[in-house]
Design a protein around this ligand. Structure first.
Ligand code: CMP
Length: 140
C-alpha cells in the first residue's frame, strides 16, 4: 500500500469538477484517506512548489494556485503514486492520453486541473503539508 497527495487545482474547483475528478481515482480502486478544501496563500503556494522556485513558471504557477480554493486529498492504494500519474495524464493537456483527467478537463499546462505527487519523496513532503498525523490516523 502506498499513499500520495492529490490536489484539485482552482480551475477544477471553479468548474465544479470535484466529484468527477475523485470518481476517476475511486474507479481505479484508490481510496480517499483524507480530504479538505482550502485556499492557499501566495506564501503557502510558494512553499508547496519550492522545488520549482528557479523555474520560469514559478511566479505564475504560485499566483494561480493561490487564486482560488483547491481540494487536497490523500489517496491510498497499491502503487498509488504511479497509478495517480497515469490517471491524471501528461502535464500538458495537449499531450495527455485519451481518457485521462487532464486530457478531458485540463485547459493548459498551468490550469491542468490536478496535481499528484511525482515520487515517494515528494509524497512524503506533500502529505504533511496539508494533513496532520491525527487527520491521517483517523482513516485507519
Ligand atoms: P504540477 O503537477 O502541479 O507540478 C508543477 C506544475 O507547474 C505543473 O503541474 C504545471 O501545472 C505547472 N507548469 C506550468 N508551466 C510548466 C512547464 N513549462 N513545465 C512544467 N510544469 C509547468
Amino acid at each position: 500500500m502506498e499513499r500520495t497527495l492529490v490536489m484539485i487545482k482552482p480551475d477544477g474547483v471553479e468548474r465544479n469538477l470535484i466529484g468527477k475528478v475523485i470518481n476517476f481515482f475511486e474507479e481505479k480502486n484508490l481510496r480517499v484517506v483524507a480530504l479538505k478544501k482550502v485556499r492557499l496563500s501566495k506564501k503557502q503556494a510558494q512553499a508547496f512548489y519550492v522545488v520549482h522556485k528557479d523555474r520560469s513558471f514559478y511566479e505564475s504557477l504560485t499566483d494561480y494556485m493561490s487564486s482560488g480554493p483547491v481540494v487536497a486529498m490523500v489517496l491510498e492504494g497499491e502503487n498509488a503514486i504511479q497509478k495517480v500519474r497515469e490517471i491524471m495524464g501528461a502535464t500538458d493537456p495537449k499531450e495527455a492520453k485519451e481518457g485521462t483527467i487532464r486530457k478531458l478537463f485540463g485547459l493548459d499546462k498551468e490550469k491542468n486541473t490536478v496535481h499528484g505527487s511525482d515520487s515517494p519523496e515528494s509524497a512524503q513532503k506533500e502529505i504533511p503539508f496539508f494533513f496532520s498525523d491525527y487527520e491521517l490516523l483517523s482513516a485507519e
